[in-house]
Design a protein around this ligand. Structure first.
Ligand code: NAD
Length: 451
């Protein structure tokens, strides 16, 4: 039996039966059986079903936000924003269904047509930090392109995915088009990766498991999209609006208690502004409201589990601490305080993904050093550059080896724009029209016009 907990209170939320290999095979068989009819649904009708699902998500937004907030321990206001994005994602891909198609290419001796064909059964394997949001980034474009889906949520956070599957049926998705399996990554996830009838794995999770997925997928030459870990840099030049940069920086690390692949957990600051920036950053960090996720004013909740809290703590032991915040009193919940450490880019806290509310503040001398340090990491997912010099902003943004970069902002994710990593942060893109490439195969049909 799988016990699902509220990480803020340690209360039991649900007890669920775990799927095993047999159930996984059965779900893949259902998805495979549903594929021919689903791909044949006229684009406008497929769009209508996805739009209906988007509307149902909107109608159940508060319920879904409560599920997500209680299961992940994330503040209710943030959870509401995530659910709003889920609805927007389904609307976006409903709108894309009949606007994404092939080309006609004039060639010698005839005409060449390309078609974007669905792949078949897609396995969507997702992590626990943004369970429903990240699921929607895979499920919506996959279904829009005519694939059927087996969704595997993380064991710690299966509840919102199960509710999404119910809403899918209510929206009128045919039986077998969207399936959800609750179970272990090493059993259900592994079987999906190796299953000969799964055409593609859309995976979001750690770089370590991503490697296993890539290896497993090699056996059947499965398509994979890997959205993996990050260690993003927030590069602050002395000429930036330091007030704004410092006010924003804590939320770029402590949102979702730092359990965010886009967390800008290396704050690189030009040396001439380092002291004044650190003072402002510390004041802003002290203002982050940590507490009951159900309280509308709360900005940061607990970590996902006791094990994860121990892991996060191990990064801070022995490192000079510039600031450490408070956590709620009592012995319940997996709390860890907002923490700023002064580090070098070679320290473990700056090299590995902590995935908790810990930011390493690191000085740099000039633009060249800022770029060198920011790129001196195996990851390349996200990042920011803060400066009032427009040419420098673009120069640095172009020089950083990262998939998403924001100028004078810490935002990473928008429904209409591509998201994904460079280097060991993965490959393939989610969101935007680019995501559709990952859920289709190009077919080339040549038609001779010879007399
Ligand atoms: P994880 O890698 O432990 O697990 C992710 C998913 O993979 C879970 O559903 C898990 O059950 C499954 N899994 C585990 N072993 C498997 C196996 N052998 N085969 C197939 N599936 C398996 O990650 P997590 O701890 O749930 O999430 C945190 C990680 O996710 C962090 O590294 C974070 O950076 C990353 N993440 C990346 C993005 C992104 O878009 N790049 C977004 C969110 C989270």
């Amino acid at each position: 039996m799988l016990t699902v907990l509220n990480p803020a209170t340690e209360e039991l939320l649900a007890e669920l039966e775990r799927a095993g290999v047999g159930e996984t095979d059965a779900a893949v068989a259902r998805a495979k059986a549903a594929f021919p009819a689903w791909r044949a649904v006229a684009p406008a009708d497929r769009a209508r079903l996805l739009r209906r699902l988007a509307t149902l998500v909107e109608e159940h937004a508060e319920e879904l936000a409560r599920i997500e907030s209680q299961n992940v321990g994330k503040p209710i206001t943030g959870a509401r924003g995530e659910v709003a994005m889920v609805a927007e994602v389904f609307h976006f891909y409903a709108g894309a269904v009949d606007k994404y198609h092939g080309e006609t290419i004039p060639v010698a001796g005839g005409v060449d047509l390309t078609f974007r064909e669905p792949l078949g059964v897609v396995a969507a394997i997702v992590p626990w930090n943004f369970p429903l949001n990240i699921a929607s980034w895979k499920v919506a474009p996959a279904l829009a392109c005519g694939n059927t889906v087996v969704l595997k949520p993380a064991e710690l956070t299966p509840l919102s995915a199960l509710r999404l599957a119910e809403l899918g049926l209510d929206a009128g998705l045919p039986e077998g088009v969207l399936n959800v399996l609750v179970g272990k990554g090493s059993v259900v996830g592994q079987r999906l990766v190796e299953h000969p009838d799964v055409a593609k794995v859309g995976f979001t999770g750690s770089t370590e498991v991503g490697r296993t997925v890539m290896e497993g997928a090699a056996q059947t030459i499965k398509r994979v999209t890997l959205e993996l870990g990050g260690k993003s840099a927030n590069v602050v030049f002395a000429d930036a609006d330091l007030e704004r940069a410092a006010a924003a920086a804590p939320y770029a690390v402590f949102d979702n208690a730092g359990q965010d692949c886009c967390a800008r957990s290396r704050i690189l600051v030009e040396r001439s502004a380092y002291d004044v920036f650190l003072e402002k950053l510390t004041a802003a960090t002290a203002g982050v409201r940590v507490g009951d996720p159900q309280d509308e004013r709360t900005e940061m909740g607990p970590l996902i589990s006791a094990d994860h809290r121990d892991r996060v703590a191990s990064y801070v032991d022995g490192t000079p601490i510039a600031f450490r915040g408070d956590v709620p009193e009592g012995d319940r919940g997996f709390w860890y305080p907002c923490t700023l450490v002064e580090a070098t880019n070679d320290d473990r806290v700056a090299r590995e993904e902590v995935f908790g509310p810990v930011a390493a503040v690191i000085p740099f001398a000039d633009e060249d050093e800022a770029i060198r340090l920011a790129n001196d990491t195996p990851f390349g997912l996200s990042g920011s550059v803060w400066t009032r010099d427009g040419a420098r902003a673009l120069r640095v943004a172009r020089a950083l080896e990262t998939g998403v970069i924001s100028v004078n902002s810490n935002s990473s994710v928008r429904v209409a724009t591509p998201f994904g990593g460079f280097k060991q942060s993965g490959f393939g893109r989610e969101l935007g029209m680019q995501a559709l490439e990952g859920y289709t195969e190009v077919k080339n049909v040549f038609v001779s016009t010879e007399a």
